[in-house]
Design a protein around this ligand. Structure first.
Ligand code: KG4
Ligand code: ZN
Length: 346
């Protein structure tokens, strides 16, 4: 018979995009193991994630990654209290691999199954170590597939305030990297190149979609970079090949500054709207130092807010965030059954 004092070990699985990740987390915050097999190299030559390749690579890696996570955590199946899996949103053909693995473990080990929203899990990665979370919080998710703002009152029910109407922030980084002939994934490399550039060199557009809008649009910015490099309506010559390193760095820095400006202004508007005491930042783009710095500055503006950001290794896709959020669902008795399906949206 389980007593209240015993700790809860959850095995989390994440396969929503191009990382096969498994983690064992105790009580939502003690990380026993965190294994990630990245497929970035497989997708690099295509400049983005190819769903069919992602799916096959997940199939190949899922079993070794689960085994490794269990071995590193130094646990057996008897120590595991539940299996959690990100089942939405993401690439359906990728999600299905994690969902099938989780259902199989749940059935054969006779453990409860917990379905996790991948985006809500990204938010969880910002608060894993926080003992004194002041609510309400405004939460910004910036990933390869999503740019969303939430009114956050509890880990279980973030309320969507706004999201991108076209490209996600990370997607814009990836596409601009591709325009500049830089490798995939674009975010880290743009950040690096931008470090040597002048952020005021080119005035790229900041699309705000109206004064009070909490939605985002980054496709105009991406197109502005494209036209800058290849002429209006792409009717000019592609200048990227003949550009100096400095010119490329200036474009990268000016683009990055435009993205950061929009993200910070919208987060500020959302924070005012809900009187946020805390700002949460998660998702792959949250690894960006300029964004972290700018949000930190924003949070110092009165009324001051506390910024909580995921540690860099847990900004991009991982299973720690899945297992950690699952702990809250476990405590609330929110379990899934074996009919749970992967869902592209959510
Ligand atoms: O959250 P994530 O791992 O996957 C999705 O859920 O989409 O985010 C991946 C995205 C990619 O678009 C990548 O270019 C971007 O995060 N990214 C960054 C940085 N590191 C990763 N963007 C800007 N700066 C970074 N340092
Ligand atoms: Zn993600």
């Amino acid at each position: 018979m389980r007593t209240e004092k015993e700790s809860i070990n959850i095995l989390g699985i994440e396969t929503s995009c191009d990382e096969t990740a498994v983690a064992v987390v105790t009580d939502g915050r003690i990380i026993k193991s965190a294994v990630v097999a990245s497929q970035a190299k497989l997708h690099e030559k295509y400049g983005g994630v190819v769903p069919e390749i992602a799916s096959r690579a997940h199939i190949e890696k899922i079993y070794p990654v689960i085994s490794e996570a269990i071995a590193q955590a130094n646990v057996t199946k008897d120590d595991i209290d539940a299996i959690a899996v990100a089942n939405q949103p993401g690439l359906t053909v990728a999600l299905v691999v994690g969902v099938t693995a989780a259902k199989t473990l749940s059935f054969t080990w006779n453990k409860p199954l917990i379905a996790i929203n991948h985006l809500h899990a990204h938010l969880q990665s910002a608060i894993i170590d926080e003992q004194d979370l002041q609510l309400p919080a405004v939460a910004l998710i910036v990933s390869g597939g999503h740019t969303s703002l939430y009114d956050y009152h509890s880990p279980l029910e973030p309320k969507l305030l706004g999201s991108t109407i076209d490209d996600a922030a990370g997607e814009a980084f990836d596409k601009v990297a591709s325009i500049l002939k830089l490798p995939y994934p674009g975010g880290p490399v743009i950040e690096k190149v931008a470090g040597k550039g002048n952020a005021n060199a080119i005035k790229f557009p900041r699309s705000m979609l109206g004064k009070d809008s909490l939605d985002f649009s980054f496709s105009g910015l991406k197109t502005a970079v494209l036209y800058y490099c290849q002429g209006q309506d792409m009717k000019g010559q592609n200048k990227v090949g003949s550009m100096s390193e400095q010119e490329i760095a200036d474009i990268a820095a000016s683009f990055q500054a435009a993205v950061v400006d929009v993200l910070v202004k919208k987060t500020q508007t959302a924070a005012e709207k809900i009187n946020a005491k805390t700002v949460l930042l998660g998702g792959g783009v949250a690894a960006n130092t300029e964004l972290r710095k700018a949000l930190q500055q924003m949070c110092q503006v009165e009324p001051a807010k506390k910024l909580l950001v995921a540690p860099k290794q847990y900004c991009t896709d991982n299973a720690v965030m899945v297992a950690s959020l699952a702990y809250h669902k476990f405590k609330a008795g929110l379990f899934a059954d074996l009919t749970v399906e992967p869902k592209a949206t959510g």
